[in-house]
Design a protein around this ligand. Structure first.
Ligand SMILES: Nc1ncnc2c1ncn2[C@@H]1O[C@H](COP(=O)(O)OP(=O)(O)O)[C@@H](O)[C@H]1O
Ligand SMILES: [Mg+2]
Length: 106
């Protein structure tokens, strides 16, 4: 499995657009592709017309309580699935940092 992440502290530089386009091209080539929308604003979910309103708490899959696979939803495009964003992702970076510092203590 290949993972591609787009990260830039600046907004409006094309991260979401690039992620969605590259995911679509991969899917169009026949590669089963999952796009995980980590932005609480949900622009990638909107671009892919995902109507699923997600309420999952990132804390639950970070702790292993919710298997990530349960969050995967189909899109209108063949080979392209999505984990849609939700407002609960607003604290996701903080939660990842906490998890990472817990790992350092053990
Ligand atoms: N290659 C591009 N050429 C022209 N406009 C682009 C390009 N990539 C993105 N945009 C536009 O720039 C704006 C910001 O893009 P977006 O992907 O939402 O940025 P980010 O996710 O980094 O905040 C959007 O209006 C998008 O349509
Ligand atoms: Mg974006």
């Amino acid at each position: 499995m290949e993972t591609i992440a787009f990260f830039n502290l600046k907004g409006g530089v094309g991260k979401t657009t690039s992620a969605v386009n590259i995911a679509w091209h991969a899917a169009n080539e026949g590669i089963p592709t999952l796009i995980w929308d980590l932005d609480p604003q949900g622009a990638a979910s909107w671009l892919l017309k995902s109507k699923v309103k997600t309420k999952h708490e990132p804390k639950r899959f970070l702790s292993g309580k919710t298997p990530v696979g349960e969050l995967v939803k189909p899109t209108d495009y063949e080979n392209l699935d999505i984990i849609p964003a939700g407002f609960s992702y607003r604290n996701f970076e903080q939660q990842l940092m906490e998890l990472s510092s817990q790992g350092k203590k053990t």
